[in-house]
Design a protein around this ligand. Sequence first.
Ligand code: CS2
Length: 490
Amino acid sequence: MRLNQQNLNKLIEAGGSDNLTLPSYNRDETKIGIVHIGLGAFHRSHQAFFTEKVLNAKGGNWGISGISMRNLELQKNLQEQDCLYTLAIADKTDEFQVISALKEVLVASKEADKVIARLANPDTKLVSLTVTEKGYCLNASGNLDTELEGIKHDIENPSEPITALGLLVAGLAQRFEAGTPAFNVIACDNLPDNGKKLQRGVIQLAKAISAELGSWVETNVDFPNTMVDCITPATEASTLEMVKTATGLEDAAPVQREGFDQWVIEDCLNGERPDWESVGVIFTDNVAGFEHTKLRILNGLHSTLAYLGRLCGHETVFEAVSDQQLKAFLIKLVDEEIIPTIEAPEGLDLTEYSRQIIARFENPKIRHLLEQIGCDGSIKIPVRTLEPINDNLKAGRSNNNALYYVVAGWIKFVVNKVKTGEQLNDPKAELMIETIKQFNGDAEHDVKSFLTADGLIDSNLISQTDIIESVAQAYKAIVDLADVRSGLPK
Ligand code: CS2
């Protein structure tokens, strides 16, 4: 029996069970008030979950229209089950929840016109995004990357956009023309200043299309910064099995996650929104503190495990963190080199926070693939590793040794991919491959040419004295090792 509205109603009539939460609001009468662009597992396990909680507690017109950029299979799977899906929370205890906040799934590459109409609909009050760091279409210096094919296309064809930014601008343009108030935009990707970065890109794109539209967007759309946190590995066959056992229904599009979740939003959202704070979302003026803490500790340690863990032959975060040598390296890294760079939000003990994060990595039920985390290093490493290195140096601290090994580990991970011909998932893959082809085996030459490859990394992040030389030293220490553990600093 397949999950769908009819079968869900039967489950609701039967009353669910202790570890299975079912919707308790009238879905048919709930209008769509949120459009979410980037319908990956993360949105469905995190923001949609918080919205579902609000709907269960107090109702409201906060149904979600989920926009996938190109995943037709996901659309088919979800449409066949009335856009319902099950969230599996795998932690000390296992819990399940059928989420019904998602009411419609559209695929931008196939039906951009419907997406734009949904964005322009006066009922739409908010648009949220999880499009990964590269979806922001910004260049290394943080401006709209007008060299990108997608952006060039959207400037020339503003009513048939193919990028997330283009969709936002097209929806806003229709509202501007129709005199409909603007929606607000909530960026939910792992980038410092995510809202303000997105705002810059959207305004620059809008201005490239029409100066008038650009100024309207500038004055009418709020783009709060946010911090999002919830470990959500990709759905696997085992997720489908687990969900079927718990609900008795076949779900072709469930999502799985850990128990922990956190969402912090800058308190500058004017206009209507769900009462998210009533379900634990934090609204604050100090998102930057939360962002830095989470990006540098959780995501920084994740990338460390991804690159060094893969170089030791591990497949998952759980396997890598269970490797005592890697765990000792993580602790040294976070205590000596990352925590000193962070100004903690009031009341947060950073050492304790970092240990809680390591304990989250040690959840044996979560199979989080290192390869998944290792992708897009050219965007992640600057934020997660190079920025803390620079902050240490600026503050006169020369304690960057372990951080240099993380950068070196990333380079070796990429070099290995190029050597074996495996797929390199990174928006700058072509540039990296070309650069590596020119390597001559001398660590200093190779690291320098990699880090300074034109357009790969913001040059400000590698300009301080000794960064390149120090990464080269670290690279030299591990480049020829079959097992990098013996080369890592103790
Ligand atoms: C991970 C994140 O893939 C990655 O880069 O570090 O997706 C991480 O799992 C989330 O930010 C956790 O909140």
